[in-house]
Write a protein that binds this ligand. Structure first.
Ligand code: COA
Length: 278
């Protein structure tokens, strides 16, 4: 039975190690208001050290994943907001969608159940993995509003899309669906909407079978080396590997070798390592 926590603009559901963090303004297609930014920021902070959260899934309530920034409250609202409010909102918006999600210590999955526009690309890119409904609609629609993909969206999309696709979709404002998003690498997989949740759970379970320390250090390493040259990466990866030996309380390295060399029960090419849980 899922435990549910409801706040003004978000919902948190916890079940079997998976925490579903849901943007919950379905009547506004989960467009991001200042309140939603603050609530998401606080929730992500809390969940980072929550022992019941082994995998975090970000998704949206109703027909949309997220329709981007709330145009009324963020853009038009900004005209009458105080400099302090603008600053607070901008910080909360950037913090949860990029800084905190991108460094979340446990696996994160963006489950894109429907419309995904503009600023919503940031939380999709910040998550470790993304899974979309085949028919989900993605759009870098900023150009239609006479603005550019700001915040950090332009930087996010050139990390996951190739240069030509990023330029084309950002300047044309054309939409694309979940299948196309998979082809372009914006998401890992797409599925029919009615299978999306089940497939997300399957992926989360697969991740929960691995040593949490090995998954965490691996994802941190993959992220970090993208911005290093080869000698820096080599040095960093050696140090990170040494640190992993120290932090992995399950001692997955010894256990893997024991299963492969002594017990002969595990062969990586032919099956899955049996995690020895504490
Ligand atoms: N900001 C503020 N309000 C938004 C919004 C946004 N980004 N996206 C949707 N809404 C509001 C609509 O104004 C409408 O409000 P109302 O009921 O008070 O009139 C409500 O959400 C439902 O939207 P609607 O357009 O009627 O739903 P739809 O299902 O027909 O279409 C979208 C959904 C997402 C395709 C459409 O709302 C849309 O294009 N939104 C803008 C997306 C966008 O470009 N975002 C990036 C901004 S940079």
């Amino acid at each position: 039975m899922a435990a549910t926590i409801t706040r003004e603009t978000i919902k948190i559901e916890k079940e079997n190690g998976i925490t579903w963090l849901i943007m919950n303004r379905p009547e506004k297609r989960n467009a991001m208001s200042p309140t939603l930014h603050r609530e998401m920021e606080a929730a992500i902070d809390e969940l980072a050290t929550d022992p019941e959260t082994l995998v975090l899934v970000i998704t949206g309530a109703g027909a949309a994943f997220c329709a981007g920034q709330d145009i009324a409250l963020t853009f038009r609202g900004r005209e009458s907001a105080s400099p302090a409010d603008i600053r607070r909102n901008r910080q909360a918006s950037a913090q949860w969608r990029w800084d905190k999600l991108n460094t979340f210590p446990k696996p994160t999955i963006a489950m894109v159940n429907g419309f995904c526009f503009g600023g919503a690309f940031t939380q999709v890119c910040a998550c470790d993995y993304a899974i979309a409904a085949d028919d989900a609609i993605f759009g870098l629609s900023e150009v239609n509003w006479g603005i550019l993909p700001g915040g950090i969206v332009s930087w996010n999309v050139v990390q996951v899309m190739n240069y030509r696709d990023a330029l084309y979709y950002a300047t044309s404002g054309d939409t694309f669906d979940g299948r196309k998003a998979t082809q372009m690498g914006v998401v890992n997989f797409s599925y029919p909407l009615d299978a999306l949740r089940e497939e997300t759970i399957k992926m989360a379970k697969k991740l929960m079978e691995k040593s949490p320390a090995a998954v965490r250090y691996t994802k941190e390493a993959i992220r970090a080396v993208r911005f290093m040259n080869a000698p820096q990466a080599e040095d960093y990866l050696n140090a990170k590997s040494d640190a992993l030996k120290y932090v992995d309380k399950e001692n997955g390295r010894q256990e893997g070798m024991r299963q492969f060399l002594d017990e002969k029960s595990y062969r990586p090419g032919l099956g899955h390592f049996k995690r020895k849980q504490k």
